[in-house]
Design a protein around this ligand. Sequence first.
Ligand code: F6R
Length: 241
Amino acid sequence: MEIIIVESFDEAGDVAAGIVARAAETDPELTLGLATGSSPLSAYRALSARVDAGLDLSRASAFALDEYVGIPADHPASYHEVIRLEAVLPLRLDPARVRVLDGRAADLAVECEDYEQAIRDAGGVTVQLLGIGTDGHIGFNEPTSSLASRTRIKTLTTRTRLDNARFFDSPDEVPRHCLTQGIGTILDARKLVLVASGDHKADAVAAAVEGPLSAFVPASALQLHADATVIVDEAAASRLR
Ligand code: F6R
């Protein structure tokens, strides 16, 4: 695992954007793995600047990591809407090539199987962007998720629901369930790029990077990956030895 410690969130985004941009220059038809939440925002901003400067992502495909169950796709906190506003529009991705799990599908298990198949049909994910939860989750794979898990329905922990309450009008509105790529699904991506910023992420980063491989810290699964880069600002790196 490569650990890159930078001074600021913006610098973290710039480094992550550089990795994605190099992959896209090598293969304009690459498949991106998109995260939501705050962590990837500086990377999307930096990538968007590169797109404005001529980087072409219009032939890329993309898959989001996860989605809440039960809220409409146009709800401001739904990951359909977040991916549309934070990634598809600024990166000028082709919306027809971008897929987000449907958390209102009639059969959620079938939706998850179809999603796995669609990723396989796309040839797998070339570069997967990741954030990390304060409890060490990646995607919405909460602690004790199987390190071999595939895309499926999960229950959000109280901690994650509280962490994400800022995106909703009230904490009660945060859905209790989600669909998420599994840890095994994430590990299939050819390159993983995790961005973490702020001292509230410092314990999770230290446990993921320097702690034992454990289902209690889903992000520790990155230790199993041959090409994983963790980009952290100084606050998020503050508990590393
Ligand atoms: C979201 C996702 C989550 C977040 C994590 C950190 O697609 O996969 O794992 O990356 O909850 O969230 P932020 O970045 O908002 O602190």
